[in-house]
Design a protein around this ligand. Structure first.
Ligand SMILES: [Zn+2]
Length: 388
């Protein structure tokens, strides 16, 4: 069946006041990850008004939700993802209020297309900035029955295909033996020395790592007082690499360093992950190309083909279980730096609202393409199968 692109744009334009209202409400009431109760309330309330059935608190996450258009149409399922967490001190300095407004705006427009086949879902995914809700939802299978997922993120360039780094957050706990630092030093085992040895080892290791690997760390515990040989010392590291398998290898090398550092003075070491691990973003190129084509239709001229971002996003974990894209679109003049008050101010301005409407159109047009063009969906899936 044919759904006219102009018709989709007209429907999104009709929803402009709602999109602005949602972007502003969430923008003015910033909430940290897993505390986004107000935002989740605004979004799920709107989804219900638009005829979606809503489940709140999915996956054991109080502020996660799934909104599904219950028309019972046969065909594929596509999910638009909404983020809505803010940052401490700078409010919506990452512009997640616009992500949420665009995704629910697009979904509401799609709900008005009576003949649209398939199923439209909005997944509310909390805490992107801290312990990624998408990681938990992906692990618990919430994306398994979907055929494609997409969202947009405000940024400084228009780009549909993005690569990000896989990330592990590791804590190493070194245990030695306490002793009087002057009168009985020979009885002690200095856990702080083990950590210092560890960092020396890491510095050697770093010289032999591939260019895209990153090891950064801090010492979070290094003893209690100078007259006791430190019995316990703790270090926290972020390890990053372009691919999960490279990161798994890097992690083993780093663990080897820690064991060597402990072993050389007779200390013990254990390790654990102190935050959820993010996988690299594996953008589906076919889906990204459709998004780009729709951006062009909407008059966006300057689009760069691929961006390798040196950060990490929890959409990476989603991209391993279902074809996914995480495009960026220019917010304002593109000069505001993410995670700043300036970025939050633009995200709350008229320019922010305009971007959310543009993004809603690009998302809605892309969902229509995926739901109505069987050959395209096959191509998306073939590409996904080949990559996983
Ligand atoms: Zn963000």
């Amino acid at each position: 069946m044919g759904v006219g692109k102009e018709q989709v744009c007209k429907l999104v334009n009709e929803l402009k006041p709602e999109i602005y209202r949602i972007a502003t409400l969430i923008g003015r009431n910033p909430e940290l990850g897993h505390q986004e109760h107000y935002a989740a309330g605004v979004l799920t309330g709107f989804m219900q008004e638009q005829g979606f059935s809503v489940d709140v608190g999915i996956g054991g996450l109080a502020t996660a939700f799934k909104a599904k258009l219950g028309r019972g149409h046969a065909g594929p399922s596509v999910a638009l993802l909404a983020e809505y967490d803010a940052l401490p001190g700078v409010g919506h300095g990452c512009g997640h209020n616009l992500i949420a407004a665009a995704s629910v705006g697009a979904a509401a427009a799609l709900a008005r297309l009576a003949n649209l086949p398939g199923t439209v879902v909005v997944m509310g995914t909390p805490a992107e900035e801290t312990s990624g809700g998408k990681v938990t939802l992906a692990e618990k299978g919430y994306f398994d029955d979907l055929d494609a997922t997409l969202m947009f993120h405000p940024g400084s360039q228009n780009v549909s295909e993005v690569a990000t780094l896989a990330l592990d957050a590791l804590e190493f706990i070194f245990v030695g033996r306490a002793a009087h630092a002057a009168s009985a030093a020979q009885c002690g085992i200095n856990a702080l020395d083990a950590v210092l040895n560890f960092f020396v080892g890491l510095n050697s290791l770093k010289k032999q790592l591939p260019e895209d690997a990153r090891v950064s760390g801090i010492i979070t515990e290094g003893g209690i007082t100078p007259n006791i040989i430190p019995e316990r010392a703790v270090a926290r590291l972020y390890l990053r690499a372009a691919k999960r398998r490279d990161l798994d290898e890097l992690r083993e090398k780093v663990i080897g360093c820690a064991q060597g550092a402990a072993g050389m003075i007779g200390a013990q070491v254990t390790w654990r992950k102190f935050e959820l691990s993010y996988d690299e973003m594996c953008s589906n190129r076919t889906l990204a190309d459709i998004f780009t084509k729709n951006l062009r239709f909407l008059g966006v001229a300057k689009i760069i083909p691929v961006q390798t971002a040196m950060g990490s996003v929890d959409m990476g974990n989603v991209s391993r279980v279902v074809p996914a894209i995480h495009p960026y679109l220019v917010l304002g003049d593109g000069l505001a730096i993410p995670h700043t008050r300036e970025f939050a101010t633009v995200a709350l301005s008229e320019e922010g609202g305009r971007l959310a409407v543009l993004a809603a159109k690009a998302l809605a047009l892309t969902v229509v393409d995926v739901l109505t063009d069987t050959r395209l969906l096959h191509k998306i899936k073939r590409e996904f199968s080949a990559a996983h």
